[in-house]
Design a protein around this ligand. Structure first.
Ligand SMILES: O=P(O)(O)O[C@@H]1C[C@H](O)[C@@H](CO)O1
Ligand SMILES: Nc1nc2[nH]cnc2c(=O)[nH]1
Length: 304
C-alpha cells in the first residue's frame, strides 16, 4: 500500500481531506491563476452579501471549479471565491461557505482557511448569521466575537483532530486569545466613527451543529452558560485560522432572537434570516470598509 510518513505519523494512503499536500496543491492552483497575493481573507456568511461588491475583482472562481473545495448547497451562499483589492489591500474573499451540517467532514469545511494561509493571508474576517440569546440584543445588531463555545469541537468534531502536521500548527493549541485584540479594537473604533455604537456589542458566540434551530430548553441552557449568540458556523474556521497563525476577527449578524418561551408563537425560518441579513448589508459594508482602512496601515508595516 502506498502510505506517506508525515512527522513520524503514517497517513492514510488517500491523502485525507485537508492534509498539507492537498492544501498546498489547491493554493498553488489558485496562485498560478492570479496575480493577487492576498493579505486579508474573508468568509462572508449571511448578511455580508454586499461586501464582495467593494472588491476590485481580478479573478473569480466558483467553489465547484476549485479542486477539493467544499461546495455550498445553502440558499444565500453564492459559492464564489474572489481575489482582488479593497483600496490597496489584496484580499481573498469567500462569498458563502460550506457548513458542517451539509455533510462535509470538519477538515473539509476548513480547507479554504488553510488554503488562505498558504496563499499568504495574515488576517481573517469571518461572519455568521446568528440568533440572539442576550435579551439586550436586537435583530439588526452586530456582535463582535471576543470568545466562543464550540460545541462541536468540545465533542471532538474538531479540524485539529487526526494526524498533527507542524506545517499547519501545533498538536496542542492554546485558544484563550483566539480572537485578535487589535482587530476587535479597530472594529469597535470603526463602529464609533460611523455612529453605529448602539447597535454593536461584544460577546460570546456558540457554534452548534445545526441545521435545526434550537429548542426552548436548549436556548435557555445556552443563555445560562453566558452565551450571547448562537449559529451554525465560524468557530471551526476561527480555530483552523488561529492554529496556522492567522490573526482572526469574527462577528455575528443578529438575524433573529432565540425562542426562550414555550408559548411565544415566535417563528424562525431561513428565509427570515436571509431577509434580516439583507437589510443589514449596507451597514456591514460601511463598517467592514472602515475596518479595512484602519487595518491597511498595520498591513503596510509588515509588507514583505
Ligand atoms: O453561514 P452562516 O452562518 O451565515 O449561515 C446561516 C446560519 C445557518 O447556516 C443558516 C441558518 O439560516 O444560515
Ligand atoms: N443555530 C442557530 N443558527 C442560526 N443562524 C441564524 N439564526 C440562528 C439561530 O437562531 N440558531
Amino acid at each position: 500500500m502506498d502510505t506517506k510518513v508525515i512527522n513520524g505519523n503514517r497517513s492514510r494512503p488517500d491523502h485525507p481531506p485537508g492534509c498539507f499536500e492537498v492544501v498546498k496543491g489547491v493554493a498553488d492552483w489558485l496562485l498560478s491563476r492570479t496575480d493577487v497575493r492576498p493579505r486579508i481573507g474573508m468568509i462572508c456568511g449571511t448578511g455580508m452579501g454586499s461586501v464582495p461588491g467593494m472588491i476590485n475583482v481580478r479573478n473569480e472562481f466558483a467553489f465547484e471549479d476549485i479542486p477539493h473545495f467544499p461546495v455550498s448547497t445553502v440558499k444565500g451562499h453564492a459559492g464564489k471565491l474572489i481575489l482582488g483589492f479593497i483600496g490597496s489591500v489584496p484580499v481573498m474573499c469567500m462569498k458563502g461557505r460550506a457548513h458542517y451540517y451539509e455533510g462535509y467532514d470538519i477538515a473539509q469545511c476548513v480547507l479554504p482557511v488553510r488554503v488562505m494561509k498558504e496563499c499568504g493571508v495574515t488576517h481573517m474576517m469571518i461572519s455568521n448569521a446568528a440568533g440572539a440569546l442576550n435579551e439586550n440584543f436586537q435583530v439588526g445588531d452586530v456582535m463582535i466575537m471576543k470568545d466562543h463555545v464550540n460545541f462541536l469541537g468540545l465533542a471532538g468534531v474538531n479540524p485539529l483532530r487526526g494526524i498533527s502536521d507542524d506545517r499547519f500548527g501545533p498538536r496542542f493549541l492554546l485558544t484563550s486569545r483566539i480572537y485578535d485584540k487589535e482587530m476587535r479594537q479597530m472594529a469597535k473604533q470603526a463602529a464609533k466613527e460611523l455612529g453605529y455604537e448602539s447597535q454593536f456589542h461584544e460577546g460570546v458566540f456558540a457554534m452548534v451543529g445545526g441545521p435545526n434551530f434550537e429548542t426552548v430548553a436548549e436556548c435557555r441552557m445556552l443563555r445560562m452558560m453566558g452565551i450571547d449568540t448562537v449559529g451554525m458556523s465560524t468557530a471551526h474556521e476561527a480555530l483552523a485560522g488561529h492554529h496556522c497563525g492567522i490573526k482572526v476577527f469574527a462577528f455575528s449578524i443578529v438575524t433573529n432572537k432565540c425562542d426562550m418561551e414555550y408559548d411565544s408563537g415566535y417563528h424562525i425560518s431561513h428565509d427570515q434570516i436571509l431577509a434580516s441579513g439583507f437589510r443589514m448589508e449596507l451597514m456591514i459594508r460601511m463598517w467592514i470598509s472602515t475596518i479595512i482602512s484602519l487595518l491597511s496601515a498595520e498591513l503596510e508595516k509588515t509588507k514583505s
